[in-house]
Design a protein around this ligand. Sequence first.
Ligand SMILES: NC(=O)c1ccc[n+]([C@@H]2O[C@H](COP(=O)([O-])OP(=O)(O)OC[C@H]3O[C@@H](n4cnc5c(N)ncnc54)[C@H](O)[C@@H]3O)[C@@H](O)[C@H]2O)c1
Length: 257
Amino acid sequence: MRFDHKTVLISGAAGGFGSRMAERFADLGANLVLSDQDALALQAVADSLECEVALLAGDVTDPEHHHELVDLAQAEFGSLDVAVNNAGIVQPMQRLPDTDPEFARHLIEVDLMGVIYAMQAQLPAMATRFEEEGTPAAIVNIASAAGLVGSPFLATYAAAKHGVVGLTRSAAAEYGRKGVRINAICPSFANTAMLTDYLEASPKGREAAEHALTRGIPMARVGQVDEVVNTILFAAWDGNSFMTGETLSVDGGLVAV
Ligand SMILES: NC(=O)c1ccc[n+]([C@@H]2O[C@H](COP(=O)([O-])OP(=O)(O)OC[C@H]3O[C@@H](n4cnc5c(N)ncnc54)[C@H](O)[C@@H]3O)[C@@H](O)[C@H]2O)c1
């Protein structure tokens, strides 16, 4: 699996999955366009990489940011081959009526609208290139196991991630003849700051909270970041050329039972 001469755009690139996938794509030969709302952390990730990198800090809830990222990919590297729509936030565990409506609206704006805005900018550029040059492209949306099954106490997050799965399948059908494959990765709990911050904040204490999270998982543990990133690379890879509209669960068997 190589990404030589490919331009890979990653949102949320300063986070757990994002920074690791940036390293892995770079090791596999890609040029990178990286985005995150945390400009300092984004710069630190870029400084640690040994590849061609273009950076643009910004907010995925701003549709214009996504157009600027596509323009940046084309200006710096001549094309956009892969986009990983990864930026996201999670909610505190609480019953639906206890979720603050303002926060719910914000979460939907980041986790769902952010992916809509991203694909609205990415798809036309990718389809035009396919029409003109015959070069295929791939989009990988980072959904969640909560995008595939109901998730008690995470209802708003689950609604957004179900939305990402619906978007992925629908856009894949729209762009099947236009050279763009679109797939979703559905991790369960993986060992990034998003999870560790949540576990540390639990009133039950970290160990008890982790036990409560993992007892319904056949493999009875949280995932490692590389276990998730490996499937992102696979979904993005040109050799995986007939898979589109798919949701890949990376969850130790959580949604299988
Ligand atoms: N870690 C898990 O257990 C897990 C499980 C399932 C799904 N996911 C999904 O994986 C993706 C990445 O999560 P992670 O675990 O790496 O989390 P993380 O918190 O480590 O990284 C998320 C990154 O997104 C950025 N971000 C957040 N809101 C943004 C915004 N409005 N605009 C631009 N950037 C923004 C943050 O600054 C951060 O760098 C998310 O979509 C998340 O929902 C994570």
